[in-house]
Design a protein around this ligand. Structure first.
Ligand SMILES: [Zn+2]
Ligand SMILES: [Zn+2]
Length: 97
């Protein structure tokens, strides 16, 4: 009872490793968006230039230079107080007249 042998119990050395283990180094790479380097500078609704003044007037949900916020009727500067109607800015006199 010496013949024969036990076959099939040894692992096959010619067997290739399972496929699919090559991509383990790759990950889902998302594009990197750098943060904004400069805060957005508001633009004046009157002259459309960026407002670099220390004071920004906010009227009608828009930003204005102090010198650009004028009564549409008499061109008086309205830095102190202004009155708005239909998207236009008036001084007190012209608003109520
Ligand atoms: Zn302006
Ligand atoms: Zn006016």
């Amino acid at each position: 009872m010496t013949a024969g042998g036990r076959r099939g119990l040894r692992p096959d050395p010619h067997r290739s490793p399972p496929a699919g283990s090559l991509a383990t180094g790759l990950q889902d790479i998302k594009p990197y968006c750098p943060p904004m380097l400069f805060p957005t500078i508001p633009k004046c609704a009157g002259c459309e230039q960026p407002i670099l003044d220390r004071f920004i007037l906010k009227v009608l949900e828009r930003s204005w230079h102090g010198k650009c916020l004028k009564c549409i009727d008499c061109q008086a500067q309205l830095a102190d107080k202004c009155f708005a109607r239909n998207g236009q800015v008036f001084c007190k006199d012209d608003f109520f007249k």
